[in-house]
Design a protein around this ligand. Structure first.
Ligand SMILES: Nc1ncnc2c1ncn2[C@@H]1O[C@H](COP(=O)(O)OP(=O)(O)OP(=O)(O)O)[C@@H](O)[C@H]1O
Ligand SMILES: [Mg+2]
Length: 504
């Protein structure tokens, strides 16, 4: 295609009457959408509304069933992501696309390795990878294997990869879901810089606070339908209005926390340590309590909850459940001690992608729906139906494979699985990551119900408003230790951030 001069404000991408059907689902129904050079255009909608499908049709990962797509005013048929890249469209998907057994630089240059005298120019790859990572404020070593990185770092690598391709259209599908405040701020600086240069950014997020900071326009989708495109004023969005457009009704309370009088101590950990990271972690937890754990990515929050559950056992220290010291070296022993962990990385640890929804939900609690070795099908089905109903998992059937669900709906299945388990100590690692505002309220209500029923909950969260609103007590971690404990009434974002940075 011939190069055109593009000015800020020009429409660089357009979708007219685009429809995308999957078996049993109309994911996009006659959608209008356009993107201008130099704007951040947010896609907003509940889980399963069609956001990811829309951007996948932008990148050729999906072909529209009907409709027209134009790039710089010309009709195009985007064949595949490589074709999209040639058209200047780059994307960071919700589910990552990195090759785990390659290093960071190899991933950033995948498929377009630079050559010098016929051989791959490894030196340049490393240098350039460092540069693009620096642009997003990250100091990840370009030569480490991607599989050794945590999710936040992997996200950074994905973003670096898109930046390296010098995209004119940059699509980010829930990038902040795995980043901390600090990293998000860095990302926003990068976006601002790109937008000033005329790049058009499509940004998906369920966090209204973020949209408030960076959006120029917001397009709302609901059930695959186009609802409205609104121009928004920076730092002055009408949150309630956007929620109303998104869910079709008002939401009165974003954080419905009920106070519960705590009961007996149910869990105590003493001096839990690992050679790798954790240093003498001690705390106790009572029935009915929701204990929040804050901190930066890498501070050891996930390591701590994995140690308690038995997924990555501690090297020393004690775990005491209901007054009795217990040995928890495997998840099975965790489950036997009535501990459940809904992990942060649903793709790797939370779900079996190629199994159906109902099997995933029942997976950790098969004994409850079985008579001896036989599964009681009626119970099995009713547990699956009940849990997915409670959390409003959006799917044409519970026999749908989990890999076909939208990101947020997968997260709901992870939660369903652990709720079905009836653990007495339920650990939720970033429970609302990637789920829409309406479903968040459902999750919070379920947490309330569980607490009221005497269960104890540990919630790891990077979302400060959620941590503050839903916790009865907050522990903050920094570099493998607990850097402070905050009592209810004494919380503030600053205090948490300071403790998280090890400054207090
Ligand atoms: N490959 C597929 N096969 C069958 N159905 C699919 C497939 N991909 C998406 N869907 C369905 O299309 C609908 C839209 O999904 P999509 O992933 O676009 O939602 P989303 O708005 O991105 O949601 P989320 O906020 O949860 O990420 C959902 O009902 C989903 O289950
Ligand atoms: Mg999505």
């Amino acid at each position: 295609m011939k190069e055109k001069t593009v000015n800020i404000g020009d429409v660089i991408f357009e979708m007219e009457n685009v429809t995308k059907k999957f078996p049993g689902v109309v994911a996009l129904d006659n959608i209008q959408f356009n993107l201008k050079a130099g704007e951040v255009h947010v896609l907003l909608g509940e889980n399963g509304a069609g956001k990811s499908t829309l951007i996948k049709t932008m990148t050729g990962a999906h072909k529209p069933t009907e409709g027209t797509i134009k790039v710089n005013g010309e009709v195009v048929h985007i064949e595949d992501p490589i074709h999209a890249q040639e058209l200047g469209i780059g994307a960071v998907y919700q589910e990552f696309n990195l090759v785990p057994f390659l290093d960071v630089a190899q991933n950033v240059f995948l498929g377009k390795e630079p050559k010098k005298n016929g051989v791959i120019d490894r030196e340049y790859m490393i240098k350039r990878t460092k540069e693009v990572l620096n642009m997003v404020g990250s100091d990840i070593d370009p030569t480490v294997m991607v599989e050794s990185l945590g999710v936040a770092s992997q996200q950074m690598v994905e973003i670096a990869k898109a930046l390296n391709a010098d995209s004119k259209i940059l699509i980010l599908d829930e990038p902040s879901a795995v980043l901390t405040e600090k990293e998000i701020n860095k990302l926003f600086e990068v976006i601002e810089r790109l937008v000033k240069k005329g790049v058009g950014v499509v940004y998906i997020s369920h966090r209204l606070e973020e949209i408030n900071v960076i959006a120029d326009r917001v397009t709302v989708l609901r059930d695959g339908q186009y609802i409205e495109t609104v121009k928004v004023e920076k730092n002055n969005i009408d949150k309630n209005e956007l929620v109303r457009l998104m869910v079709g009704r008002q939401l009165d309370d974003f954080f419905p926390k009920h106070d519960v009088v705590p009961g007996e101590e149910i869990l105590r950990v003493e001096n839990l340590s690992t050679h790798k990271l954790l240093k003498n972690i001690s705390f106790s937890l009572k029935q009915g309590e929701i204990l929040g754990i804050g901190g930066l990515v890498g501070a050891g929050r996930t390591e701590l909850v994995k140690a308690i559950f038995g997924a990555e056992p501690a090297d020393s220290g004690k775990i005491v459940v209901k007054g009795k010291e217990v040995t928890i070296r495997t998840p099975k022993e965790g489950i036997l001690n009535r501990i459940g962990l809904a992990p942060e990385d649903r793709k790797l640890e939370g779900l079996v992608q190629i199994l159906e929804i109902d099997k995933n939900i029942n997976m950790a609690s098969l004994d409850k729906v079985s008579n001896g070795p036989f599964i009681n099908e009626q119970k099995f089905n009713s547990v699956a139906a009940d849990m997915s109903e409670k959390l409003k998992v959006k799917t044409p059937s519970l026999k749908q494979l989990v890999c076909n669900l939208s990101g947020g709906n997968q997260q709901k299945v992870v939660l369903s699985k652990w709720l079905a388990c009836e653990s007495e100590i339920l650990i939720l690692d970033e429970p609302t990551r990637g789920i829409d505002v309406g479903a968040k309220v459902e999750v919070y209500s379920l947490m309330n119900d569980l607490a009221k029923a005497g269960k104890a909950i540990i919630m790891v969260s990077s979302e400060l408003p959620e941590l503050i609103a839903m916790s009865d007590r907050i522990l903050v971690m920094h570099e493998g230790s607990i850097s402070g404990e905050l009592k209810k009434g004494d919380y503030s974002q600053e205090k948490i951030l300071k403790l998280a940075a090890g400054e207090a």
